[in-house]
Every structure is written in C-alpha cells, then in structure tokens.
Design a protein around this ligand. Structure first.
Ligand code: PLP
Length: 355
C-alpha cells in the first residue's frame, strides 16, 4: 500500500524540476536568461576546490556586509537562506500552526499555499481584480482578512500578474500597526525589487512584524545557486535565524559575494530585460485575441483565446508557465531577444492554426 500522504499534497503542484530537452526557449521560471558574470563562475570554482570544509563564519559575515551595503539594512537585520523560498518557508514555520490562517492575494506566488498547508494552516485569500492593464488588491478587505490571520504575505510586485499591489507606504505602515497589535507577521515579498525599483524595507526599522524577502535569483542571475535573504527588525531576524540550517553551500555564498561585489552587472541585466519586456509586450499585443498586462517584473501575464495554450507552445519548443486563471492564460519570462522572437512566432503560429 502506498504511503498515505497528507491529502492536500495530492492537489498541490509545488515546483518540480522539469526536462528542457526539446525546449528552444526556456521562459517558464522567471530566471535571468543571462549567465552570471565570469568573476562569479571563478569564485564558485575556487570554493568547489574547498568543498571538504563547511563554510567559515567570515564567509557569511562578508556576505552580510555586502548585503547591508546593497540594501541599507544593518547586518543584524539580514537573514540569508537557500533562495527566497527557504526564507519564506521558515517564516511560515515561525508563526503558523495547525488551524492557523494565512492571508495572501489570489493569485500569488504558488509556494505560499504549500507553506501554509505544510504547517497545517488554512489559506485565507483575497482575489486580485484586473483594472485596465494592471491588477488591484482590495486593500481594506485584505487588511481585515490579515487581521484575522496569523500570517499575511504580499508579493509586490505580484507573481503572476506583474502588478504592484501595495497602494503606498502610509497604507502599509497603517496595516503593520493594526497587525502588530494582534501579533500578526506580514511578509512583503520583493523578489522582483530590482525590476520594480519599489521597496518598503525601510519600515523594518520601526515594525518588528515585517519581513521583507528578496532574492539574488532574478536580477543577479543566480537562480541555480540559490541565495535569497530577508530584511527584518533585529528581533525578528534573530528568531528567523534560529530556524535556519547551520550551513549554506560555500559555493553559493561565494557566488553571492562575487555577484554583490559587482552590482553593475545586475543593473545591466535589469536594463536589458526592461527594454526586451516592452518590445515583447508590444509584439504580443499585435496578435489577434491577445491581451498583455503591464509589468514591473521580468515576466508578463498574457491572456489568449487559445485553450491549453501552455501545452500548444510546449509542442513548439517554448516553455511558459501555467497560471490558475484558466488554460488560455500564460505567464512568460522575458528572455534573450532570440528567445522572445521564438515565443512570438510560436504563439502567432498557434493562433493562426486555430483560425
Ligand atoms: C514572488 C516570488 N517570491 C519568491 C520567489 C523565490 O525565488 P528564489 O527561491 O529563487 O529566491 C519567487 C520565484 O519565482 C517569486 O516569484
């Protein structure tokens, strides 16, 4: 008899590695299409040669100093993990127990549900609504829902819509105030910060119930090396730290150090992706029946009139991501100019084959 797993696991996709053997354009995971700079590759190779040793304290300290310089937060406000994912997972574990509620928008980053269920919690979602070419969060409704939860999470910009959904700093501060009175943790997921340019991380100094999550997976081209971090009040950062594993791979720490020593590389990646994103959005909007939402990220949310559009594109060698809005929707990562052209041509073919 197969092992009886928790029932929710049978309906949850999570993120599983997939094969890309027949894929010409890999545009499904919001990665950077550009490899990390040479200095990162060299640093990883150097550390691989020392792979018999656990990382030294000085290595992590150097990373914290660089992240402190990059973010403006003090080193004791920073917690580093294997991707933003691990930081998120531990944050949910920190506060959520069986029967507890987790408030977050729908749709949003799919792992929020996994981390909620994993802790025996219940999702309390608030639907985003399209308004013109962006998506909006009903802020008063979200605030009420969050007040009745143990944890609230907002991805800003939101994945998969690409929209900024926090109305502003004053509204966020007011929500933190209300949540603080009830001991509710708010996670503000700024995984796409480098593309949006919008951050509220400064509020972590005044609010010890705010955890801002960031990653080096996107703009810094390090998705495969798995470094993410949280910014929080030193009290909250300390509690989160106590749940983290004792060591991260020394190759990953070294990659992050080398990447942060040359932040101009990430700036160039962001500039290139923003330019390509606008080109891609304009090309896609020219196709019949296609609607493209405006984006503050490295991906676009696209609505088509084609059922199972993700499978139709995969048949043509283009990997894009399913979104829970329907089988005629897709989320596409902005790739290299060549990959973006492959996508536009493939979608044009799919659409014309149905007309
Ligand atoms: C909103 C959001 N948060 C967090 C992550 C986690 O990224 P990583 O674990 O690679 O840092 C992602 C990745 O796609 C994301 O879209």
């Amino acid at each position: 008899m197969p092992v009886k797993v928790k029932p929710w696991l049978e309906n949850t996709e999570g993120y599983q590695p997939r094969s890309y053997t027949r894929i010409r354009a890999r545009l499904d995971l919001n990665e950077s299409p550009y490899p990390p700079p040479e200095r990162v590759v060299e640093a990883v190779a150097r550390e691989a040669a020392r792979g018999n040793r656990y990382p030294e304290q000085e290595q992590l300290q150097r990373l914290l100093e660089l992240l402190s310089g990059y973010t403006g937060a003090a080193p004791e406000q920073i917690v580093v993990g294997l991707g933003g994912d691990m930081v998120l997972e531990k944050a949910f574990t920190l506060v959520l127990g069986p029967g507890g509620r987790a408030a977050y928008p729908w749709p949003s980053f799919s792992m929020y549900e996994v981390y909620t269920r994993q802790n025996g919690g219940e999702p309390a979602t608030v639907e985003l609504r399209p308004e013109g070419d962006r998506w909006k969060l009903d802020w008063p409704r979200f605030s009420e829902t969050a007040e009745r939860a143990q944890i609230a999470a907002i991805d800003n910009p939101n994945n998969p819509t690409g929209s900024l959904i926090v109305p502003g700093e004053d509204e966020l501060a007011e929500l933190l105030e209300r949540l603080g009175k009830r001991g509710v943790l708010l996670i503000l997921d700024e995984a796409y910060y480098e593309f949006s340019g919008v951050t509220y991380s400064g509020l972590t100094e005044s609010y010890d119930n705010l955890l801002v999550v960031r990653t080096l997976s996107k703009a810094f081209s390090l998705a495969g090396l798995r470094i993410g971090y949280a910014l929080a009040h030193p009290r909250l950062a300390g509690m989160l730290c106590s749940l983290m594993p004792p060591f991260l791979p020394r190759t990953s720490i070294a990659a992050a150090i080398a990447a942060l020593e040359e932040p101009s590389y990430a700036e160039k990646v962001v500039e290139a992706i923003r330019g390509e994103r606008e080109w891609l959005a304009a090309q896609l909007r020219r196709l019949p029946g296609v609607r493209v939402y405006s984006s503050h990220t490295n991906f676009l949310l696209v609505e088509t009139r084609v059922d199972n559009v993700v499978d139709r594109l995969a048949e043509r060698g283009v990997a894009v991501r399913r979104v829970p809005l329907g089988s005629n929707w897709l989320r596409v990562t902005v790739g290299t100019p060549a990959e973006n052209r492959v996508l536009v041509e493939a979608l044009a073919e799919v659409i014309s084959s149905l007309e």
